[in-house]
Design a binder for this molecule. Structure first.
Ligand SMILES: Cc1cc2nc3c(=O)[nH]c(=O)nc-3n(C[C@H](O)[C@H](O)[C@H](O)COP(=O)(O)O)c2cc1C
Length: 361
């Protein structure tokens, strides 16, 4: 079995095991609608076994930065349908990542101008992109009320319905890398003393409520979750990831999800610890905090029990990544200076190998 071996499960039927990881690129219109360039970008990468889109906000109160796309309005839905059509016309498969910023957000970065709210009023220490193209530090968020939590859960479900209406093959809920679901899981961002804070059952409650609401809306076989257990990036602190994530994954395992997407990091070997607890499909991401995922590293993850492996940065610079791996061709490097640019430069203008290498070799 290798990265190029087709994968079939109860919920997925993929021509290879190479997944495009979700990556925010800030190329959407100010209202959060993906542009024709976005459709081009994903169409070029349709050779992936599965594409996971960049994170998109399920509701304007979840917009983390300017030009992050949304999936909350009719216009978003129509615009994403064009992206999905472009990918499917090339024979590809694509799921939408729903990414609620929670405490990550800024009135000057979002179309509705609201102050962000997270589990607790603890600010993020990092910087973000505003609508006027300047940068700022994240402001102090409000703490979500129970009514806001309930409304937010319902908004994930409404957005998931839009994803299916737009033609997506499913939805990946972003529970990783410091976004809202992760903020409920982590120690330093969740200081609540109600039923959403404290014990493992309470900290995992929000994640499971969102999973259940989305499952009710579109079916478990179209619902997936991404987790980054113990990931210390973006000022997140999780002191006991094994206890927390084992409890969460045991619950998820009962729900028959489309897949579980796990990112490994140096402090906690998520794949090794959690794979045995989950009977469904596991996508591993092994590149976080290190060099971009390479084919040999991905093959090791398959040998360690992953069913599929997601590649992030390698897919940015190599639209034909699967073909390059198949033919053993060298990979192009990402241009970091235009990761988040406004134009097609450094986005949909990376050439395929046949062009950059001057023909088939
Ligand atoms: C530019 C950029 C944007 C990213 N945006 C997201 C995102 O929207 N959602 C998410 O879950 N992860 C996001 N990530 C993390 C990637 O999905 C992936 O885990 C990370 O790049 C490590 O994989 P790699 O070494 O193969 O690049 C992003 C990473 C990069 C480089």
């Amino acid at each position: 079995m290798s990265l190029l071996t087709p994968y079939r499960s109860r919920t997925l039927d993929l021509p290879n095991r190479i997944v495009m990881a979700p990556m925010t690129r800030l190329r959407s219109e100010p209202d959060g609608s993906p542009t024709a360039d976005v459709a081009d970008y994903y169409r070029q990468r349709a050779g992936a076994g599965l594409i996971v889109t960049e994170g998109m906000w399920p509701h304007s109160s979840g917009q983390s930065e300017a030009r992050v796309p949304g999936l909350a309005t009719d216009r978003h839905e129509r615009s994403w349908a064009r992206v999905v059509d472009a990918v499917q016309a090339e024979g590809g498969r694509i799921v939408a990542q729903l990414m609620h910023g929670g405490r990550k957000g800024h009135p000057a970065a979002r179309i509705d101008g609201t102050v962000p709210a997270g589990p607790s009023a603890v600010p993020d220490g990092d910087v973000l992109h505003l609508l006027d193209d300047s940068k700022a530090t994240w402001p102090r968020p409000a703490a979500m009320s129970i009514a806001e939590i309930e409304a937010t859960v319902a908004r994930y479900a409404a957005s998931a319905r839009r994803a299916v209406a737009a033609g997506f093959d499913g939805v990946e809920l972003h529970g990783a890398n410091s976004y809202l679901i992760h903020q409920f899981l982590a120690d330093n961002t969740n200081l609540r003393d109600d039923r959403y804070g404290g014990s493992v059952a309470n900290r995992t409650r929000f994640a499971l409520e969102v999973v259940d609401a989305v499952t009710d809306a579109i079916g478990a076989d179209r619902t997936a979750l991404r987790l980054s257990p113990g990931n210390p990036q973006f000022s997140m602190i999780e002191r006991y990831p094994a206890e927390l994530y084992r409890g969460l994954v045991d619950e998820l395992n009962r729900r028959g999800l489309m897949y579980l997407h796990l990112t490994d990091n140096d402090d906690y070997p998520a794949l090794a610890d959690l794979r045995p607890r989950f009977d469904g499909t596991v996508i591993a991401n092994v590149g976080e905090n290190r060099v971009p995922t390479s084919a040999p590293a991905a093959e090791l993850a398959l040998a360690d029990g992953a069913d599929l492996v997601s590649f992030g940065r390698a897919f940015i610079a190599n639209p034909d990544l699967v073909e390059r791996i198949r033919r053993g061709l060298p990979l192009s490097a990402v241009r970091d200076d235009v990761l988040y640019g406004r134009t097609a430069e450094g986005y949909s203008d990376y050439p395929c190998a046949a062009v950059s290498a001057g023909g088939d070799r």
